[in-house]
Design a protein around this ligand. Structure first.
Ligand SMILES: Nc1ncnc2c1ncn2[C@@H]1O[C@H](COP(=O)(O)OP(=O)(O)O)[C@@H](O)[C@H]1O
Ligand SMILES: [Mg+2]
Length: 393
């Protein structure tokens, strides 16, 4: 009997030693016991590392030493024990003071410990130094704040630029329309061949300038997000024929054949932004004429996809022109980018057309692209989803 008891108490002692070693060896957490009144009873390595006291310096002292003057005055330490006594535990994150007076950000957990008779024998206190984590959090917050400020400034700068562009182009456009109107009148008069040629040149240049202004205005408007799409019913199939007619004169001048085909299964009427669709197709068609010297321009519309709600139409402009090298096929959709500036100089243009097309197609939740081989021609295409169900006009 006595032997068994000896064995049991030996085992208990061993277990206690292991447990004590375990706790005392933990370096990342301060783990220690407080008396029911809050006096330090035990101290581990983590506590020494985090708070700076050796065990012999702190055991027997009141745990309110770890708190700031203000917290002590506010009786914060006492309140923590009160809550732990009442609820069994108390947890918080807050500022604690080290032996040398410096402070750190701590996670604190206080657990009430009872014996078998449910008498409170003290509190287990586990403290973790979160200074580094908090510093990182604060750094992240500061970075995010800085970023949002920079973003805001950038947005404002962009807005000013867009506003500047649109005001200037608007202001210049008005007198430009006057210049165009008057030169057109002049060109109808017989001023002698030399003068007539000059007037014609003025007329052509002014038209280009007006076109450029319109493009800048449109770009500024798109950039500022002020373009609002229309949703109206419209006869989508007629877009092909009408566009073909609009380029007929220019292409005839260059001796280019034009065709226009439209899938029969495209609904007669769909709901969407007719003007924007026409604008994109016309832009692509004019480009095709501009960059093609022999052959043909084919405009087509196909039904790409349909369901109960939606009809996706794919428009294509196929030319037999100069084509575009693979590495430039993405760039040309950026503002002011031209594949062959030399050609562009002869042909005129600002490199804004395709970027406007892409912006508009994006706005319509569609897709735009090009398939091309230099010397063999290009196929510019765009797909736009339209609402099938006829909306109120
Ligand atoms: N059909 C085409 N064939 C060959 N190159 C084209 C064609 N369409 C566009 N490009 C190239 O893409 C560039 C950008 O076109 P765009 O944005 O319309 O500007 P712009 O017509 O004012 O030059 C053109 O300058 C040209 O280099
Ligand atoms: Mg163009």
């Amino acid at each position: 009997m006595a032997e068994a008891q000896d064995l049991l108490s030996k085992q208990l002692r061993e277990r206690e030693t292991i447990f004590r070693l375990l706790v005392s060896g933990v370096r990342d957490y301060a783990i220690f016991m407080l008396t029911p009144e809050g006096y330090v009873m035990s101290w581990n390595e983590g506590a020494e590392r985090i708070k700076g006291y050796r065990a012999d310096e702190i055991i027997g002292k009141h745990f309110s030493e770890f708190y700031t003057e203000a917290d002590r005055k506010a009786k914060h330490p006492d309140r923590e024990l009160e809550i732990a006594r009442r609820d069994g535990r108390y947890e918080e994150e807050g500022v604690r003071v080290r032996k040398d007076g410096t402070t750190f950000w701590a996670n604190v957990l206080i657990t009430a410990i009872y014996d078998e008779d449910h008498t409170l024998i003290g509190f287990a206190k586990v403290t973790r130094d979160l200074t580094e984590r908090r510093r990182m959090e604060q750094q992240r917050e500061a970075d995010a704040f800085l970023l949002s400020q920079t973003n805001e400034k950038l947005k404002q700068a962009l807005e000013i630029k867009s506003r500047f562009l649109s005001t200037i182009s608007h202001e210049v456009r008005t007198p430009m329309t006057g210049v165009i109107g008057l030169t057109e009148l002049l060109s109808m008069k017989d001023l002698g061949s030399e003068n007539n040629a000059a007037v014609k040149a003025i007329f052509e240049s002014s038209k280009r300038l007006l076109n450029l202004l319109n493009n800048i205005l449109e770009t500024a408007k798109l950039e500022s997000g002020k373009v609002v799409l229309e949703h109206r019913n419209f006869p989508v199939r007629s877009v092909i024929g009408d566009t073909r007619q609009l380029i007929a004169r220019e292409s005839a001048k260059k001796g280019l054949r034009t065709t226009g085909t439209c899938d029969d299964n495209i609904p007669e009427v769909v709901c969407g932004d007719e003007l924007r669709v026409r604008q994109v197709l016309l832009n692509l068609a004019y480009n095709a004429v501009k960059f093609t010297n022999v052959g043909s321009i084919d405009l087509s519309a196909e039904l790409k996809h349909e369901n109960d709600r939606e009809v996706v139409v794919r428009f294509s402009v196929i030319d037999t022109g100069i084509g575009i090298p693979k590495d430039l096929q993405e760039q040309i959709f950026q503002p002011f980018q031209q594949a062959t500036p030399a050609t562009a100089r002869v042909q005129g243009g600002s490199g804004l057309g395709l970027s406007i097309c892409r912006e508009l197609v994006d706005l319509m939740k569609g897709d735009i692209g090009v398939i091309s081989l230099p010397g063999q021609g290009s196929t510019f295409w765009f797909e736009v989803p339209f609402v099938r169900e006829l909306c109120e006009s």
